[in-house]
Design a protein around this ligand. Structure first.
Ligand SMILES: Nc1ncnc2c1ncn2[C@@H]1O[C@H](COP(=O)(O)OP(=O)(O)O)[C@@H](O)[C@H]1O
Ligand SMILES: [Mg+2]
Length: 304
């Protein structure tokens, strides 16, 4: 599934053809990072996390650069979700630091930051299991993604009162842009619970994007999808990265997808980071091949 690269401001046609791209202007900067592309943005420094006797992450160090899609792969139980949870402030590692560079001032250590503050700093994550409000519409769910930036109480915003109304109109503009980007305009009034699984996951990506994230953390966004849904999701992950320049940390099992979309790949195994590098380098790394074959998985690059 090799997808052609887009230039900023371009978007793939919606009819599925990939022969040409059309131009689209964006009003809102969906990328919440002030860093130059390629600068070190997230520095995972010797992180160690255990739960009682279970070591989930052992001395993991890696760097995520601004503008990259950085895949984290590894067998089940390798510590991938735990690492993402440490980045979003959900888990607090016993040792080590995860520094978020923002382009101004000192980096912030995400391991000592509450999830709500991490979110305000632009660390947005989607979960392995969908966490949307099923009875609310797509639009309402996406507006919820804006609430980290809202001054007025959410209830008032949704009830459409006074100053909250003006504020909601501003937020709606941005949300509509995200709806456009993810090609879901026909769904905006539908309750999320009524949507097919693949579309729910796309809405979840949209909600994270509405936060104008500096770093997007995606935990298996394509899990449980059929081939077509997977290809769609991979395309949107790419579009978000290429059009908005949002750094994406992506946990994904499908090696075909990982090799196609990633700039960098880190391989975790039993809580340790075996290697970080470009997809081709990682694929032919002996330790990686051994870890995968040892875990009884498909050889790297076989795709699924
Ligand atoms: N909240 C938790 N409590 C206890 N053990 C956990 C918790 N979260 C993860 N673990 C353990 O940490 C290890 C790594 O898990 P996880 O990060 O979910 O791996 P992965 O996402 O790579 O499949 C596993 O042994 C898992 O059982
Ligand atoms: Mg996991």
């Amino acid at each position: 599934m090799p997808l052609p690269a887009l230039r900023a401001g371009e978007v793939r046609p919606t009819d599925g053809s990939r022969a040409h791209v059309v131009s689209r202007a964006y009003q809102h900067d969906l990328n919440g990072s002030g860093l130059e592309r390629g600068a070190v943005q997230v520095e995972v420094d010797a992180v160690h996390l255990h739960f009682g006797g279970v070591v989930a992450i052992e001395e993991v160090s890696l760097e995520v650069r601004q503008g990259d899609i950085h895949a984290i792969i590894g067998p089940n139980g390798a510590g991938k979700t735990s690492l993402l949870n440490c980045m979003s402030g959900l888990y607090r590692p016993q040792r080590g630091a995860i520094r978020l560079h923002r382009g101004d001032g000192d980096p912030v250590d995400l391991t000592t930051t509450r999830p709500s503050r991490s979110a305000r700093l632009g660390v947005a994550r989607s979960f392995q299991n969908i966490e949307l409000f099923r009875h609310m519409t797509v639009l309402e769910n996406l507006l919820l993604g804006r609430h980290v930036h809202m001054r007025h109480r959410l209830a008032a915003s949704l009830a459409w009162f006074g100053p909250a109304r003006r504020q909601e109109i501003e937020h709606r503009d941005l949300v509509e842009e995200v709806i456009d980007l993810l090609e879901i305009p026909a769904l905006r009034k539908l309750p999320v619970g009524a949507l097919a699984y693949g579309l729910q996951k796309r809405v979840e990506l949209g909600r994270a994007l509405c936060m104008q994230p500096a770093v997007l953390l995606l935990d298996e966004p394509m899990a449980g999808m059929n081939a077509e849904e997977k290809e769609d999701m991979a395309r949107f992950v790419l579009d978000v990265n290429e059009l908005a320049g949002v750094t994406t940390v992506l946990i994904e099992h499908d090696m075909g997808v990982v090799m196609d979309v990633s700039h960098q790949v880190s391989v975790l195994d039993f809580g340790r980071c075996l290697v970080t590098g470009e997809p081709d380098v990682v694929r032919s790394d002996e330790r990686v091949i051994k870890a995968y074959l040892g875990a009884g998985s498909e050889p790297m690059g076989a795709g699924t």
